[in-house]
Design a binder for this molecule. Structure first.
Ligand code: GDD
Length: 326
């Protein structure tokens, strides 16, 4: 039986990946902060259905010894390093802890892998935020990076560390450069979930309006469930290579809004308030993947289309509001 170790297992991607690997008959281990283990209801809701099948270890990205100990003990075949401070806006408010946690966390994971489980295959969660102020459209594996936030910079550094471990120490280490991927399990701070929950609450007279920043921003949005399969496929290849993972289709925040409100028979223009404070000091205006390599070499293709994703998120939040989950 293969063993996988996931950091960030309680997040959106971690929970889908854990489900995917359990179905493939992996023994699945996860690293969780102690505070989260002590507050299961709020912090581990995404793992509720599968928690009994998981091996959870208490550890922190800020502590090299805690990570080294777990990697040494588990001896995983595959490591998926997904944990990070992943909210771009927050990285402007707290650059220092974003850089510290994200860069050191990745470095600690790579160093522990090299030292204690050198046979492990290593996946690093890169991000299309690395392309930032894009120098070409669409973006592929050779597009130059131009990060626009401490978050983007931390991911570029993680990417370089991962590449260097691959080249210097022969670690099977790869980076997935994932474009935005969403689902009903998305955190509330991200724009898609903010919209889907607001639509459900407005429809039920619990909220009157929604405040947003730059609704002209363009993103390549896919479904997280599809994207975790790409992570796994990357570690099943002969050679460790970096891949751009996206749909190759672009939409504005405004389009997301429009479809979400339309789905419940409302017009977003009647409820939208633009708030200057929600604009970012340096914005990433447009992201679009050129996923040709992932299609050709991994045989990966996203299954869930944009409209389906929007509707699934709104439907899920309508249920949440009805059941008073939120
Ligand atoms: N969060 C948020 N809240 N974003 C808003 C809002 C708002 O009220 N109003 C407009 N936006 C715009 C942002 O300015 C941005 O251009 C776009 O909506 C998407 O923002 P987010 O959903 O916060 O995601 P992101 O694109 O910044 O980052 C996500 O995708 C990356 C991959 O490209 C995160 O998941 C990152 O962790 C991930 O790496």
């Amino acid at each position: 039986m293969k063993k996988a170790l996931i950091t960030g297992i309680s997040g959106q991607d971690g929970s889908y990946l854990a489900e995917f690997l359990l179905k493939k008959n992996y023994q699945v281990h996860g690293i969780i902060r102690r505070v989260a283990l002590e507050d299961e209801t709020h912090r581990l809701w995404r793992l509720r259905k599968i928690k009994k099948d998981l091996n959870l270890h208490s550890g922190s990205l800020e502590s090299f010894p805690s990570l080294a100990k777990i990697i040494n003990q588990v001896q995983p075949d595959e490591i998926y390093h997904l944990a990070a401070q992943s909210y771009v806006s927050n990285s402007f408010e707290d650059e220092f802890s974003t850089l510290n946690t994200n860069i050191n966390g990745t470095h600690f994971m790579l160093a522990s892998t090299k030292e204690f489980a050198p046979q492990s295959k290593f996946y690093f969660a890169g991000s299309s935020e690395m392309f930032g102020k894009t120098v070409e459209t669409p973006q592929n594996e050779t597009t130059k990076f131009y990060p626009r936030s401490a978050y983007g910079i931390s991911k570029v550094t993680g990417f370089e560390l991962t590449r260097n471990y691959r080249e210097a120490y022969n670690t099977f280490a790869t980076t997935g450069i994932l474009f935005n991927h969403e689902s009903p399990r998305r955190g509330f701070e991200f724009v898609t979930r903010k919209i889907s929950l607001a639509v459900a609450r407005i429809k039920n007279n619990l909220q009157k309006e929604i405040s947003l920043g730059n609704i002209k921003a363009k993103r390549d949005w896919g479904h997280a469930k599809d994207y975790v399969e790409a992570m796994w496929l990357m570690l099943q290849q002969q050679k460790p290579l970096d891949y751009v993972i996206g749909t190759g289709e672009q939409h504005t925040v405004e389009e997301f809004l429009s479809i979400a409100f339309q789905h419940v028979g409302l017009n977003f223009k009647d409820y939208l308030k633009i708030d200057k404070n929600l604009f970012r000091p340096a914005e990433v205006e447009t992201l679009l993947a050129d996923p040709i390599n992932s299609k050709k070499k991994l045989g990966w293709k996203p299954k869930i289309k944009f409209e389906e994703l929007v509707v699934e998120m709104v439907e899920s939040d309508l249920r949440n509001v009805k059941d008073k989950t939120y």
